[in-house]
Design a protein around this ligand. Structure first.
Ligand SMILES: [Zn+2]
Length: 274
């Protein structure tokens, strides 16, 4: 009898979690990539071959990729999203996004959103952070070219500092400096920010709320983290929108689980089974 009740309870809990997390139930999967390479894949690098599989899958299954501006219009003006919306995001602004990703975006007619580290963008004035151990970053002119069709941009700090470690005045200064630099380079940006290192891990709730308020004062209207979760629409907290990390180490079937919104459950199960 005890086993039966426990079994039923487990089924109910699993069904509840599946309902809550899945993208099929009014959720918006926001995928998060970094580098797009032509060599070996790794945790932060998805190859062009893998990306072709991803884009092909999204197109064949009837998903529609959306821009940050589409999500903003949905949240702020209740403008409907397409039937199977999915958002592609990339962090940091690597040069390979221009060389390897951009041609594929055009070929597959996919929209992407790139969060730029303003101080890393290569520009004729040579003010960028150099040398940069994180890799090679796109040129300002390349960003401008992409902004004309398949790509929208958002903020991702000035020099990839973690906002969990900065004080509020430091965060404010960083936001201003980031916006000023992008304006100086002539790169159009959406009023949104992606937290570096995936999350804003502030232990103190008051400080977290104060940071959201600071973002609002700085004209930011959307904030993105990485939680491997799918948020239901309308989002509960627009300064804490969930994204799903897509690793180059994932086999294709795991990418599908990401899009369905179940990768967090799956990762947990995998850990338990190990
Ligand atoms: Zn980053």
């Amino acid at each position: 009898m005890v086993y039966l009740i426990a079994g039923l309870l487990a089924v109910v809990i699993i069904a509840f979690l599946l309902f809550k997390m899945g993208s099929a139930f009014g959720g918006l999967p926001v995928l998060n990539y970094h580098k797009i390479g032509t060599g070996k894949p790794d945790f932060l690098t998805v190859t062009t071959g893998q990306l072709r599989e991803h884009f092909d899958y999204l197109n064949k299954k009837g998903y529609t990729t959306i821009f940050i501006s589409d999500l903003l219009a949905h949240i702020e003006q209740k403008k409907p999203l397409p039937a199977r919306p999915v958002m592609i995001t990339l962090d940091d602004g690597y040069r390979d996004n221009y060389n390897n990703l951009y041609p594929l975006l055009k070929e597959y007619n996919i929209k992407a959103n790139i969060f730029l580290v303003a101080g890393f963008i290569q520009a004729p004035d040579d003010k960028q952070v150099m040398p940069n151990p994180m890799g090679e970053f796109m040129l300002a002119e390349e960003a401008i070219e992409m902004s004309r069709d398949q790509v929208q941009f958002g903020l991702h700090t000035y020099a990839h500092d973690s906002y969990s470690r900065l004080s509020l005045p430091e965060i404010e200064a960083d936001l201003k400096r980031t916006k000023d630099r992008l304006a100086e380079l002539g790169i159009p940006v959406q009023p949104c920010h992606a937290y570096t290192f995936g999350a804003y891990n502030q232990q103190n709730d008051d400080k977290r709320l104060a940071m959201f308020e600071l973002l609002r004062q700085q004209g930011i209207r959307l904030g993105f983290r990485v939680s491997n979760w799918v948020d239901k629409m309308p989002v509960r907290n627009k300064f804490f929108v969930s994204r799903i990390h897509v690793s180059g180490l994932f086999p294709f079937w795991k990418f599908k689980i990401c899009v369905w919104g179940y990768i967090k459950i799956f990762n947990r199960l995998e850990k338990i089974m190990k």
